[in-house]
Design a protein around this ligand. Structure first.
Ligand SMILES: *[C@@H]1O[C@H](CO)[C@@H](O)[C@H](O)[C@H]1NC(C)=O
Length: 290
């Protein structure tokens, strides 16, 4: 399908030839959309491609990656995290491009002992540089049921959502000199691995290998996203492709974002003055539109 996007006055006039992949309403198929790239049969696909599991034992973790690369889009996945004593384990679910100046949009779930809360760790890398961590507790037990974790990646902003509630917005700050991911297509990755040197209470609680294997589950992958984009030279995509997706933050979403940030955010690099004695990064000083 050929899509013509609008241009703002300053853009290079490049018609972006782009395949909008709309997997909805039927969810994607793990056989068709992903490759197991790590851990051999520790990663399994079930139910004709509708369900995937990753597991971790003392020898190895496991992981998968999308066959396709995406440049902008909305990507949803439902995850059910390692239950019970998951201390020391990390389930990473992220988008990333390749190479030394790669871009990356991260969800990482840091496990905990039974009954103690997971931490949802988020980060954004642009041109190889990250250090933009925000961490959250969740308002539910992410091991009991599947919950939907989404990334909306647009030229204007990146929004992280949990069950359709926005938890974090990273705005395009190119106007103030902050690089934004917009030229490098990304793949979807996920892995389950041992990180007991830092993950749980900063590394104090170690993985209990007597509870292995540890298993996390995935289903209902859905991407409304741009693939095979002739993107390298494009400088501006208009909103046209998104208008039907209803993914802007309305008043309710903005209220929810504030609610999460007020009650569930436990770390924000933007307020970590000890870490940035010379001043927090520029994007932290932007007034939020949201
Ligand atoms: C684990 O539980 C402890 C105690 O409640 C808490 O301080 C910590 O933030 C929790 N999460 C992780 C990943 O350590």
């Amino acid at each position: 399908m050929k899509m013509g996007f609008g241009f703002n006055g300053f853009s290079l006039v490049v018609v972006v030839s782009c395949l909008m992949v709309v997997a909805s309403p039927a969810a994607g198929n793990f056989h068709q959309d992903f490759d197991i790239i790590w851990g051999g049969n520790r990663a399994k696909v079930f139910n004709g491609g509708q369900l995937l599991s990753l597991s971790l034992d003392k020898v190895s973790g496991s992981g998968f990656q999308s066959k396709k690369e995406y440049l902008f889009g909305r990507i949803d996945m439902q995850l059910k995290l390692v239950a019970g004593n998951s201390a020391g384990t990390v389930t990473a679910y992220y988008l990333s491009s390749q190479g030394p100046s790669h871009d990356e949009i991260d969800f990482e779930f840091l496990g905990n002992v039974s009954g103690d809360p997971y931490i949802l760790h988020t980060n954004v890398f642009t041109q190889g540089k990250g250090n933009r961590e925000q961490q959250f507790y969740l308002w539910f037990d992410p091991t009991r049921n599947f919950h939907t974790y989404s990334i909306i990646w647009k030229p204007q902003h990146i929004i992280f959502l949990v069950d359709n509630i926005p938890i974090r917005v990273f705005k395009n700050g190119e106007a103030i000199g902050v690089p934004f991911p917009k030229n490098q297509p990304m793949r979807i990755y996920s892995s389950l691995w041992n990180a007991d040197d830092w993950a749980t209470r900063g590394g104090l609680v170690k993985t209990d290998w007597s509870k292995a294997p540890f298993t996390a589950y995935y289903r209902n992958f859905n991407a409304v996203a741009c693939t095979s984009c002739a993107s390298k030279s494009s400088t501006s995509l208009s909103d046209a492709a998104w208008q039907s997706n209803n993914n802007e933050l309305d008043a309710t979403s903005r209220r929810r974002l504030r609610w999460v940030q007020k009650y569930f955010m436990i770390y924000n690099y933007c307020t970590d003055l000890k870490r940035f004695p010379q001043g927090v990064p520029s994007e932290c000083k932007q007034r939020s539109r949201f």
